[in-house]
Design a binder for this molecule. Structure first.
Ligand SMILES: Nc1ncnc2c1ncn2[C@@H]1O[C@H](COP(=O)(O)OP(=O)(O)OP(=O)(O)O)[C@@H](O)[C@H]1O
Ligand SMILES: [Ca+2]
Length: 683
């Protein structure tokens, strides 16, 4: 703007009002144009951010209305709703805890203290925005929206989303740098020209010197100097690549919108850029590479295979009852049994749903079974332990502790097994081999294996009610009930996406909590592995990797294609090792414990459907449809952002530098500039 004003003033002054205005005015016009485009794009971007923010906040959650669990948007939550909560969820509104087990809450977002607070009948109040750190429970909503503590807090502060990406910062730097060079060159030219002018080395077209000492009037001298000034100003204006940062903003905003349409919600703008340079993707298996539609297709109970898996003919009534009790009580899912003969509705995580549906096939009556015994203590399933348990009281003193979890891990804790007739038999090495063989067979067929076990107790073994919250469920000396194999088909199209990645130089690795053999089978199916006979360290167990030294981990990390039975912490270790190796790592995650790995990675991608709120908040991009193919599209967008910006920089710098050189050379040699700002800006 200053340049425009100066140029305008000088132009009018040197060439008269008729011809002089156009140079300055055109610079003014160019500047106004840039300002206008910047403002519009900034405005559009802020609108988009608002939309995205709304999208981010539009959490779908389950509420219980009329005894039935339904999914509603967080915006449709009303006072009086009953909301089931589990680990990783965000408390959606203010409310009180109605029921819960080992339920605790991370209130750091409200209080600033990162302390986990236990919630029970004595302190049942929960504030919106906090995260469930452990356990599960149900809450009654007492205040929503602006009436919550969180709402009051948010009303008093406004959010700032004007964040600049690293590329923008760098380009701003480049633009400033070039500007400074232009300025110094201009000053140099100014000095040279002035010196030549005043020493009488410049000439008019007729060959007479422009400046003759002592013979010039003041007006004429000023006119000469002003002309030189115009030249210098033009050099500065031409040299500054003012369009550069704007181009980046526009490109990013454009890609963000496109990505949103492709089912990827960008939480951090810079992730778009980084994603383009990713060299490896560590992907979850369940839900990302597979459909997450699970069904029980095999079952092995009472030491015998059930064929079909819901055929209970061989099992005695006592065994069936126990299995059904274990399924109905030891679950974080739920079944709604409508009146009449409508089909029951099963809700919960896909694994739970598969098991509950299978229970229904066995003839389980969900609420009836649950009312027969009362729950004393719960150990909710988590990916670290890969098992979940519950202690229930039947009658006066009989207590059953039920466990279900990763098959081979449960098997290790079993010292006996139950026969079809309900007799307890001791776990001989042969029988262990038999169970293992069965797990292996299912895993090779790409099934997820979940084992059921139990242990009878007496009420006298159970701590009194006031100390029960700290009671650790006994998990040794278990009695094996049986094992189910759950099928989760590969996503169609995943093979193509993985091939695409390979062609683009990105290595896809699978990091899963599932059994190594199951992982191998799925990896073969979706093309991460091509040879079924690969060995360590291409395919490695989480535990083995964990026990290596930092250096060894870095060495093997490159070779790993599949990691099975991994805990979220193993994922973090892998990401660290790969980054130390110089990789740009993208990692996917859904669980609460995945948050550290998502943070550590160059790009953290969380799952929109299966992902917990904690995971989403730690991620840079949310994959709304959980699909691996979407992830690959994000990479493509990231790369196009880079390519576009690169091209623009090349173009802009060529133009600016060339114009600068031409102008300087001709200014010094002839005292005038051939290229003015308008030509450069529009050219
Ligand atoms: N609800 C559940 N109850 C008991 N055991 C379960 C449950 N869900 C999964 N498992 C067991 O834990 C293992 C999976 O653990 P984990 O949660 O770490 O994996 P995931 O996150 O589901 O899979 P991925 O890492 O591939 O996304 C399964 O192999 C299964 O045996
Ligand atoms: Ca996982």
């Amino acid at each position: 703007m200053v340049a425009a004003a100066v140029s305008l003033a000088l132009g009018i002054y040197t060439e008269g009002i008729k011809e002089g205005w156009y140079d300055g005015a055109s610079i003014g016009f160019a500047v106004l144009l840039v300002i206008f485009v910047t403002a519009t794009s900034d405005y559009k971007q802020s609108l988009q951010f608002q939309n995205l923010n709304e999208e981010k906040q539009n959490i779908q959650l389950e509420v219980v209305r009329g005894g039935r669990r339904i999914k509603v948007s967080i915006f449709d939550l009303v006072v009086g709703d009953v909301v089931p909560l589990k680990i990783g969820d965000q408390v959606p509104a203010d409310g009180v805890l109605i029921s819960g087990h080992s339920f605790s809450i991370d209130e750091s977002s409200m209080t600033g203290e990162s302390k986990i607070v236990n919630k029970d009948q004595k302190s049942p109040f929960m504030m919106s925005g906090c995260k469930v750190a452990d356990g599960y429970g149900t809450m009654l909503v007492t205040a929503v929206g602006i009436n919550t503590e969180w709402g009051l807090l948010m009303a008093s502060i406004s959010e700032d989303s004007g964040e600049e990406t690293p590329l923008q910062v760098r380009l701003n730097g480049v633009a400033t740098f070039i500007g400074i060079i232009g300025l110094s060159v201009a000053v140099a030219v100014l000095v040279v020209l002035l010196a030549r002018y005043f020493t009488g080395h410049t000439y008019n077209p007729d060959g007479s010197p422009q400046y003759v000492k002592g013979k010039m009037g003041v007006g004429e001298t000023i006119r000469g100097v002003v002309k030189i000034f115009t030249v210098a100003v033009t050099i500065v204006v031409v040299a500054v690549p003012e369009g550069l940062p704007l181009a980046v903003t526009l490109t990013l905003a454009f890609s963000m919108r496109k990505m949103m349409r492709d089912k990827a919600l960008v939480r951090r703008l810079s992730a778009c850029e980084t994603m383009g340079s990713a060299t490896t993707i560590c992907s979850d298996k369940t839900g990302t590479l597979t459909l997450n539609q699970m069904t029980v297709v095999e079952a092995y109970f009472g030491g015998e295979k059930m064929d079909p898996p819901d055929n209970t003919q061989k099992l005695s009534a006592a065994v069936s009852t126990m299995i059904i009790e274990g399924i109905a009580q030891n679950t974080s899912g739920s079944i709604f049994e409508p009146e009449g003969d409508q089909a029951p509705e099963v809700t919960g995580s896909p694994t739970e749903k598969a098991i509950l549906s299978w229970g229904l096939q066995l003839g389980m009556k969900f609420s009836e079974t649950r009312s027969k015994s009362s729950i004393l203590q719960v150990f909710p399933f988590n990916s670290e332990k890969k098992r979940g348990g519950v202690a229930v009281q039947l009658g006066d003193s009989e207590v059953h502790v039920y466990w279900k979890g990763a098959a081979e891990l449960i098997l290790q804790s079993c010292t006996s097994w139950i026969g079809t007739d309900g007799s307890k038999q001791s776990m001989t090495p042969e029988k262990v081999g038999e169970f293992k063989k069965f797990i292996e067979d299912m895993a090779v067929a790409s099934l997820r294996c979940v084992a059921f076990a139990y242990r009878p107790c007496e009420m006298s073994d159970v701590p009194k009610e006031d100390q029960r919250a700290d009671w650790v469920l006994p998990e040794d000396n278990l009695i094996m009930l049986g094992i189910v194999g759950i099928k989760d088909p590969c996503r169609p199209g995943v093979q193509d996406s993985i091939r695409l990645c390979a062609a683009a130089g990105i290595k896809v690795r699978m990091v899963t909590g599932d059994n190594l053999q199951t992982a191998r089978a799925i990896a073969l199916e979706c093309g991460i592995l091509t040879d079924p006979n690969v060995s360590e360290p291409t395919i490695i167990e989480g535990k083995t990797f964990r026990e290596l030294s930092d250096l060894e981990r870095e060495e093997v990390a490159d070779k790993i294609s599949v990691m099975g039975r991994s805990s979220p912490n193993d994922k973090l270790l892998l990401v660290k090792a790969l980054r130390n190796r110089g990789h740009v790592v993208a990692v996917t995650g859904d669980g609460t414990n995945d948050a550290p790995a998502l943070h550590e990675a160059d790009i953290g991608l969380s799952m929109g459907i299966q992902g917990t709120e904690v995971a989403k908040e730690s991620s840079d991009i949310i994959i709304l449809d959980d699909n691996f193919a979407t992830l690959v599209r994000v990479v493509r967008w990231g790369r196009s952002v880079y390519a576009n910006i690169q091209k623009f920089i090349q173009f802009q710098l060529t133009v600016n530098v060339a114009a600068l050189i031409i102008n300087v050379v001709s200014a010094v040699s002839s005292g005038d500039v051939p290229l003015n700002a308008v030509q450069v800006a529009l050219g």
